[in-house]
Design a binder for this molecule. Sequence first.
Ligand code: AMP
Length: 590
Amino acid sequence: MTSFSSFPMREELARAISDMGFETPTPIQQKVIPQLLSQPIDIIGLAQTGTGKTAAFGLPLLHHTDLAQKHVQTLVLSPTRELCMQIQEELHRYGAHMKGLRITAVYGGVPIMGQIREVKAHPQVIVATPGRLIDLLERKALSLDLVKTVVLDEADEMLNMGFREDIDFILKNTPAREHTWLFSATMSNEVRGIAKRFMKKWEEFSAGAANVTNENIDHQYFVTNHHNRFETLQRLLDFAPGIYGIIFTRTKQDCQDVSEKLMKQGYHVSPLHGDMDQKMRSKVMERFKNKQLQAIVATDVAARGIDVNDITHVINYELPDDPEVYTHRSGRTARAGKSGICMSIVSPKEISNIRQIERLVKQRFNRSDIPDGAEVVRKRLFFYLEQIAHAEPQEDFAKLYQDSIHEQFEGMEKDELIRRLVWLQLKDTISNYQDSEDLNAGYESKERGRGFGNRSVRMFINIGQKDGINSPEQLLKFIIESTDVEAGMIDRVTVREMSSFFNVASTAAEFLQSTLSTKKLKGRKVRVEEAEQSSGGRSSGGGRERFGSGRGNSSGSRRSDDSRPSYGRGERSESRGESRGSSQKFNKRY
Ligand code: AMP
């Protein structure tokens, strides 16, 4: 594998890369950087955000920058203000040791006068949104006459946003342009159109599998009736206590409504949509980046500029109309080598849209059960216990109140004290989920069981994340390899910490159970049994006990497995709520 040190880059860049701790070039960087360093031809790079594409064009463009020349040599066009700022920031980091380098970002939504001053200070590189750049050109605040290289970043997004004519105008006004580097997540006729109009001969580079198929993303979908959509969202949020996510809605109105409803209930979220002015949007992004928000509720357009690497969950409150938009949304998680979850809430009618997206993403999506009240309470309980286990109380605080605390609880047993603390923490959740409804829907539709008739059996298996099975795909692979049962026979795989569930065609259930029960995974005997109360279709609760009135433990062995700590993949175990001394309402939800 190529390393950064093998790239013939100027020494200042190599030093910056090493300062930043980059070790291995990403796939798109491996392909693009050597070419553009040695011979900067015209290229099309197919890569999404998160694949390292900024460095793929940024390092070569800085390498070729002549620091002695005080005119604009490179122009980077990008669709949004946020992206412009991020690109500028990233380029600054790469060029940190290049003395005399000036990079200016210009974008709309802020007063133009300050930017006019900046572009007049002779930057070598300008990062711009098309609209603001044209404004500056028309005011003759800057000239692109000596620009040699133009980078079009997220070209498909710029076209989606209606910048086609602006891009054409700008490219026509770069008479000295020698190279055009076009980056796009997808290749459409319109993208190709730009290439045909403005590039003579180009080479295409693709980030390969990372382009649309990011194997680190666990795609899940939850089927519920339309009127239960909001409640389902709430439940998914409650079930992911450490979530740091983006919730996508289709319209600005939904974005506003959903976030308002969530905020009213004590969730720390904020909307992000195009009707908000730039100042408000920046504020939201700042709070999100500082982790003061657990999630942003965003429309597709507004979310374009979000560049945060540790998003744990993307939730599609509504699926987008265009499957390609799904890939943009899901690509917000599992970035820079991390893993992430993309959840979609769909109505039974929308299951066919999931199939379409699966084909595009070339990954199988997992239909997951919307958790019931008991599961939510259990999840939050163990999350809280984990937080206590890892809490590091401030020394001064602990000392200050040590005596009074001791005095107050002198006569109370430790277990009783813990019981009370846990109760105080969880009582609101428990009360919210008392007799909560089963929100799952659509199991009676013809989609059920995908190709295995209309009868399936819900199975329990005693292996889960603790056994190194971290995703439904991994469990499916294990089952198929152990039994030779066809993949199409198995559906609705849900992997939990200690155990998992899946549906299997009833015709294969017995065989699967007896075969799997002879197997071992990492030395542990595999146990498979029919999940309780499971019958052909979906039974209410699907074999899980309901929380509340009937608290009896009806699910025997499974219960003893599952009642140990359980954390969703990608969850963060540190506390956010408590550390900010937040209100009870906040604690209740977060
Ligand atoms: P981008 O796709 O350009 O938005 O980059 C996504 C993130 O990955 C940015 O925060 C980069 O700083 C980071 N990054 C880019 N290249 C590498 C690399 N080779 N190794 C580690 N991190 C990288």
